[in-house]
Design a protein around this ligand. Sequence first.
Ligand SMILES: [Zn+2]
Ligand SMILES: [Zn+2]
Length: 362
Amino acid sequence: MIEIPKKMKAMALMAYDHLEMIEVPVPQPGPGEVLCRIKSVAICGSDPKMIHGGYRFANWPPYFPFIMGHEWAGQVVALGPGVTEFQVGDRVAGEAHCGCGKCDNCKRGHYTVCLNYGKDGHDGGPDMGHRHYGFYWQGANAEYNVYKVGALHRIPDNVSYDVASMCDCAGVALHGVELAGVTPGGTSVVIGPGPIGLCAMMECKAMGSGRVIVIGRGAKLEKARELGADVCIDFEKEDPVARVLELTGGVGADEVMECSGAPDSPEKACRMVRKTGAVAIIATYKQSDVPLPMNIINFNEIRIVGAKANPNVSEKALCFFSTGAIQGEKLVTHTFPLEEYAKAVDVFEHKKDGSIKVVIHP
Ligand SMILES: [Zn+2]
Ligand SMILES: [Zn+2]
């Protein structure tokens, strides 16, 4: 038995741009849920955006005070009624999304686009079973949290909690990479070498790409080179479209993973991909109206795929961490205690001190 206190520390968003450490009751696991001691939480690009009120349109967070944090790893410390999938002591990594399991999309495996999104009962409405931890339901920026077993995956023994906390991030990249497809022996392009882009780059290599070209700038482009990118293009120094075409004999890349979120990147992706190639839209964009070259898409039969979060990829991502195909330790550049969350967000958001992935230890 593991001793569980009644109260815990949590870093809460009290209002936009107002974080505060509060004390709250340790939640109790219901049927099909487990209580986890949170060990590591990785800060995601979406976290500062949510703190600043950039997701009002999505109703994230749905209320204040709200406990954020969705890229996490920890240990199962108590089981709810009927749980047989996990045991106390198991090391687990979490997914942000847990679908209702009953709707048409969930039944087909598309649980990140659950048709009962947000129907979790928090507002007095019906609880259809959907959870979106750290966005719509309380998250991991606390000592403990309760999760449905469907959102959890066992961590391989040789993967640390810090690395496993990036399971969600690596999975977001992998879902897009899988949707676009990787051409064995072909040429893949990754635009935007942030944490997701760097994972996408290593995943393309692991999945048999012959050559991965990364487009970016500064320290993150250097990081891509260090992690094994075959060609690095600094878009401030050369035209990435012209360079990709030159590198591919004028044909274009087989697939492009757009991980930058820059408003002109989707169009560039369409111009550098080959006829019948694929473009995965893995990033999100500040503005919703982003231009696309429709006649190029049409004439060249370009396949554009939207990739929402990370369904059905966590086990693969954890395996890639375990085998070293994704060099997780090299992505974690900073760690902070939960008390210093605001500072950690600042270091991450403003890319201070060469930060790539910043991890919190509650
Ligand atoms: Zn994330
Ligand atoms: Zn559903």
